[in-house]
Design a protein around this ligand. Structure first.
Ligand code: R5P
Length: 287
């Protein structure tokens, strides 16, 4: 028997997945002791069961502790298998020592997340060539096709813009699906809130509708700088699409203020703009 367990912030996606794979759905009893330690309890008997934990790792620290506790508890209670579905994986951008003495956070996840299988969506793989360098038993799914379908259905024929070289893995494939083409810009990041984007001068965006595509909107600075440049090149309607919408420090409001027509993300992280549902691709994999 399979039971899907919805963790904080990911319950709605977990319920959808459970429905699609016709599995039982449950949640944990999770609370804090007065000294802030975590209390965790399974509300169902997990002995002999296959468990699927659904937990996106935005605001990750407490969620990682919950996952470790829940995984160990499930095993000690005799669960047969524990699978983690983490549609958004945290710490993937700290994938090298940028300064001496720094922690390479992405590599440490391997030791912390010991599951029979881990399923994620479009992890930020930059310097790591594959997800297997970061995690054991991990499988990555892509939302490119879902994003392309959304563009085809809802936005007019648009040019796809990727803000930096890493974004080609999303922008180029999505452009192929929507039968458009992708322009990949150059980004230099000085700090987490200071980036510069360069557009080649000979690019003509005049009167074009453009969709800027990236994997993550965090503070929004990458998107904001890109939108500023695209506007300078006289694009008409500008849309921003990301797989994972973290929306830190009112990023979406700042983009709206700059004149972005619509901001759309998938529901790997639930939010008001998470209009593209990934439950189907996850369920297909779990089936
Ligand atoms: C990094 O290269 C990623 O692909 C995103 O461009 C980045 O994480 C977005 O972060 P922010 O919204 O803070 O600029």
């Amino acid at each position: 028997m399979t039971i899907v367990i919805g963790f904080p912030d990911s319950k709605s996606l977990a319920r959808k997945i459970a429905k699609r794979i016709k599995a039982k759905y449950s949640e944990l009893e999770l609370k804090k002791f007065p000294d802030n330690e975590t209390y965790l309890r399974f509300k169902i008997d997990v002995k002999g069961k296959d468990l699927i934990f659904v937990q996106s790792l935005n605001n990750p620290n407490e969620k990682i502790i919950n996952l470790i506790f829940a995984n160990e508890t499930a095993r000690s209670l005799g669960a047969k298998k524990v699978i983690l579905v983490a549609p958004y994986l945290a710490y993937m951008r700290q994938d090298k020592r940028f300064k001496p003495g720094e922690c390479i956070s992405s590599n440490i996840l391997r030791k912390l997340l010991r599951f029979d299988k881990i399923i994620t969506i479009d992890p930020h793989l930059h310097r790591h060539k594959s997800l297997s360098h970061v995690l054991n038993n991990a499988l990555m799914l892509s939302s490119n096709k879902l994003i392309a379908d959304y563009i085809k259905k809802n936005l007019k024929s648009s040019l796809i813009i990727g803000p930096d070289t890493e974004s080609y893995q999303w922008a180029e494939e999505i452009a192929k699906h929507v039968k458009s083409h992708a322009i990949i810009l150059k980004k230099v990041r000085f700090t987490s809130k200071n980036v510069k984007i360069k557009v080649k001068n000979n690019i003509s965006l005049s009167d074009r509708d453009v969709v800027v595509i990236d994997d993550i909107i965090s503070t929004g600075h990458t998107m904001l700088e890109t939108v500023k440049q695209v506007k300078k090149h006289e694009a008409r309607n500008i849309y921003c699409i990301a797989v994972h919408g973290l929306d830190i420090e009112n990023a979406y409001d700042k983009l709206k203020k700059l004149g972005v027509k619509k901001i759309i993300t998938t529901n790997t992280i639930a939010g008001k703009n998470s209009l593209i549902d990934v439950s189907n691709i996850i369920a297909n994999e779990l089936k």
